[in-house]
Design a protein around this ligand. Sequence first.
Ligand code: SOE
Length: 377
Amino acid sequence: MAKPLRIGMIGYGFMARAHSNAYCKVNHFFELEYEPVLKAVCGRNKDKAQEFAANWGYEAVETEWKKLVQRDDIDAVDICVPNNLHKEIATAAAKAGKIVLCEKPLAMDSTEGAEMCDVVEKAGVPNMVWYNYRRIPAVALAKQLIDEGRLGRIFHYRAMFLQDWTIKEDLPQGGAALWRLDAAAAGSGVTGDLLAHSIDTALWLNGSMKSVTAMTETFVKERLHTETGKVEPVEIDDACAFLARFDNGSLATFESTRYARGHKALYVFEINGEHASISWDLHDMHRLQYFDHRDDSLVRGWRSVHVTDGDMPYMGNWWVPGLQIGYEHSFVHQVADFLAGYAKGEPVSPTFRDALETQQVCDAVLKSAKDGQWVEC
Ligand code: SOE
């Protein structure tokens, strides 16, 4: 019988659904000492919070997060609200002795992020940030192949995260989902929202970055603000591209936009090493493309590895070889890893401190775009 880990969820949007689904599924597929128990969900709109609670099986509803973090029947607070609320909630939760699980990006900027790291570390509470793409089996396999040294020295890293959902000029800023367009709630645009994923994966796969040079653009300069009812300047970056140098000597290019017509969530990366290259595409998430120059030249070519066999990361916990899993499973894997680490008293990456490095790169990117200079990370 697994021990309960009582979850207090703050928020009831897209990410709260993804995390709740993961809590519900994880113990059916992973053998773990702990089992999440959906104790309470908190949201400002009581009807919506109740609907959410009924759908996912949360036992109670709160409408004030300050009450939720003080509840004695909660072990872990999961923060799934806009970025401008992460710090205050994480701080209160850590001070109340709770485990803190925070949706990405960690904070509005690295100053806030550093303060959050200090708070959770001082309180000695386990903490983690939901950079879920690391836990897609093909991405985890890429990590394994790199760590085994199969690529040899790495020369190039390139990544893109492209979407097209903000092209419409009359799309307002602020409010549900659209808070991502409001700098006061989001901190930044595609840099913190999309490139943060690409940067997190890159730091994990290829190590730390030394310096960056970036450009950003805001294509639609004014939008109606849902909360104020006024047309207000758009302060987020709609698109961002940057060059980077990694500590291991490799060169990189990163690009992200919400104005790439036809792309809904095209997240891709390619890594070129001395012996081998790999590339991955979220739209074909179970495949890892692998080219090894050491292959017999007569049959040398890009292999398309279908990452579904039981000896591949996470896949032994699911179906039989050849059968796929989906986006939502990356969150299940993250919960499984967290619970396994928690049972052993070990931190699980990305911790707040790990995610701070992503935040520092984001800050360097935005500073470089503003100043038109290379910036050290
Ligand atoms: C934005 O559209 C978004 O939902 C991000 O906020 C998520 O982090 C990303 O995984 C998908 O796109």
